[in-house]
Design a protein around this ligand. Structure first.
Ligand code: AMP
Ligand code: ZN
Length: 104
């Protein structure tokens, strides 16, 4: 399986990484739609929000905590968090990712 965001997670494809730990990676969206536009991903390949189940509750919970922590570190007072789900939901890259967008 050739997945762009798996390749970003393993550094086969370069990206502008903002922060990283064992389970998650945050990097700058290549076409930013806000002053700060980051994508936060689990390193483990999950195709979409549609594919999560009870076994992922810990990972998804920690993913949301990570997003809030990154927003704080970026000095954002307010921001938007979004997930596109499935082709019909505007998802272009089939690896679960959270858009973090903020201007202030
Ligand atoms: P989505 O439409 O939710 O699947 O969002 C995919 C996002 O990935 C878009 O906002 C793209 O601009 C972004 N993107 C695509 N390729 C790259 C890349 N190589 N590095 C960083 N962001 C990318
Ligand atoms: Zn992947």
């Amino acid at each position: 399986m050739d997945c762009l965001f798996c390749n970003i997670a393993t550094k086969k494809v370069s990206s502008e990484i903002v922060t990283e730990d064992e389970d998650f990676l945050a990097f700058r969206d290549i076409y930013p739609k806000a002053r700060i536009h980051l994508l936060v991903i689990p390193k483990r390949h999950i195709e979409s929000l549609k594919d999560i189940g009870g076994r992922d509750s810990d990972l998804i919970g920690r993913l949301m905590l990570k997003v809030a922590e990154i927003a704080r570190e970026q000095g954002l007072e307010g921001y938007k968090v979004g997930i596109n789900v499935g082709k019909k939901g505007g998802q272009e890259v089939d690896h679960l990712h959270i858009h973090l967008l903020g201007n202030a």
